[in-house]
Design a protein. Sequence first.
Length: 156
Amino acid sequence: MGYITLILLILLGIVLMILDFLVIPGGVVAIIGVLCMVGGVVSAFVQFGTTVGFLTLLLTAVLTFLFFFLMMRTKTWRKLQLNTQIDSKMNEIDETKLKVGTEGVSVSRLAPTGTAVFGDTEAEVVSLQGFIDENTPVVIRKIEGSKIIVENSHQN
């Protein structure tokens, strides 16, 4: 095994660790990458002696550190990270429009949570008896804080 093979083995290890970090999470690919790097360093010790082995170990550690350090400092992560802001809110119940006994229609399938419309007010609701298909008449049976519990109004 020559110098080029050792260098390629170590570089393959670094690339596999980055792939695990960015693309294929789970740790298996990173473990294979670390094993490639360790194999390259051990082979350097065995084939070329302790001086070349320690130089290979030092260069591998420095290259790995520098590569990850530079990746963290560049704007690469800003391109990959999720930047959306959650601006939705829980139900803000207008007690003049939504109260026990108010009838409405399910907009989405309630399985058991979904959306229903009561007049001109749309709200997230929870079904009392399980699944309710969309466009089914519903009635509010209970309001607990911001949680609106409904049931099919045809099953009364």
